[in-house]
Design a protein around this ligand. Structure first.
Ligand SMILES: N[C@@H](CCC(=O)N[C@@H](CS)C(=O)NCC(=O)O)C(=O)O
Length: 369
């Protein structure tokens, strides 16, 4: 007699309220109406033991299994709770939406950290919130905890991620450009692809909700220059499958063109440079993006895997959809950098176990104080 499968919900989502990727996952779970509880938690040693990485969110299933990394978590949950899907049915839309998701997740991370930690007003505000939530059991004066938090985040996620006098304006342009592109897309539809959210919305949601939507400097810019995006942030947060229904666009909307151009001129060339450096065994990489030189970036094995995943998604398309995808990628300068690195093998997760442990850290950092 076969054993009855144990229920997988309710989920426990571990991570702080201010966290980029935790907010992304919470919004997805809200939309899918999957029961969960968020538990405040720092990316600490205990989580590393559970998932293999010190990163949040970590998710504990009701059957005792643990997951990490929101992209494969969402992909796996879609197999368990398929209706309604946040992955468009149309293969071309699905492929391009995953590309946009990856770009949103990874390329807006730097400006999100920069706006939060480079400006004193934001850094003071957020270091108080984060240290109150995450360091309450640490026997140190509050001002020390806040100072430590600011130093840690600014050092590891801003300075060592290439933000300096040379790149500052370009890092900020990454955000303001994304605002302008999203504003144009949202002018004629409530979500990026139509009447309901898809994986493309969730790719932008981490940065736009928990960082740009609440941090003082960035959220002021959003309210002043992109009120449509500000409204979309609340709309995605409030979306529920049982009432947020309706069709998606046909094909790839015209207004996505500028966004795809940006992916082709920024994120994909960066992914290629990161992958080349990984192949050489380098720990650091210099890369020129839109004429701006980012120096000594940490080589991120996780992002070699991201590139591999994007290629695998293309390879999985049927010939007709491949033809359409290739034509679109070529038109927007995405095709060449997607394939620039030959013989790509990240060696990460060869058995395809993600999102189940052990995961891989996005930042590539083994330990941060
Ligand atoms: N690719 C991962 C990235 C998760 C991630 O990097 N989370 C950040 C917080 S939003 C983190 O835990 N950083 C480690 C740290 O702050 O020490 C995902 O999608 O879940």
């Amino acid at each position: 007699m076969s054993e009855r499968a144990q229920p997988i919900t309710p989920l426990r989502v571990l991570g702080p309220e201010e966290s980029y990727f935790t907010g992304k996952l919470e919004a997805y779970l809200h939309f899918k109406e999957i029961p969960f509880e968020r538990v405040p938690k720092a990316p600490d040693r205990e989580l590393q033991q559970r998932t293999g990485v010190r990163q949040v969110p970590a998710v504990e299933l009701a059957d005792g299994r643990w997951m990490t990394d929101t992209t494969p978590i969402i992909a796996w949950l879609e197999t368990q709770f398929p209706e309604p899907s946040v992955i468009p049915e149309d293969p071309l839309q699905a492929f391009v939406s995953w590309l946009v998701e990856d770009y949103g997740d990874e390329w807006l991370w730097r400006p999100a950290m920069h706006y939060r930690w480079s400006y004193p007003q934001d850094a003071h505000h957020l270091s108080r919130k984060l240290s109150d939530e995450m360091m309450s059991d640490m026997a140190l004066p509050g001002s020390w905890k806040r100072l430590l938090t600011r130093w840690r985040q600014r050092t590891f996620f801003v300075r060592l991620d290439g933000v300096n006098a040379t790149t500052w304006a370009h890092v900020e342009h990454t955000y303001t450009n994304a605002l302008a592109q999203l504003e144009a897309i949202l002018e004629t539809r409530p979500f990026l692809l139509g009447a309901r959210p898809t994986i493309a919305d969730y790719g932008f949601f981490g940065s736009m909700f928990r960082h740009f939507g609440i941090d003082p400097t960035a959220s002021s810019l959003m309210r002043e220059t992109a009120p449509g995006v500000y409204e979309w942030v609340a709309r995605v947060w409030n979306a529920r499958a049982s009432r947020t229904k309706g069709p998606l666009a046909t094909g790839i909307p015209e207004e996505w063109g500028a966004l795809l151009d940006t992916i082709g001129s920024t994120y994909l060339p960066y992914l290629a440079a990161n992958a080349e450096a990984w192949k050489r065994g380098d720990k650091k990489v210099d890369v020129e993006v839109e004429g701006v030189r980012y120096e000594q970036l940490r080589v991120a094995p996780y992002r070699v895997w991201c590139l591999e995943q994007l290629r695998a998604r293309y390879d999985a398309l049927l010939p007709d959809a491949q033809g359409e995808a290739r034509a679109l990628l070529e038109k927007h300068g995405c095709w060449e950098p997607l394939w620039r690195t030959e013989d790509l093998r990240s060696g990460i997760d060869p058995e395809g176990r993600a999102p189940f442990a052990p995961g891989v850290s996005m930042t590539g950092l083994r330990w941060i104080p």
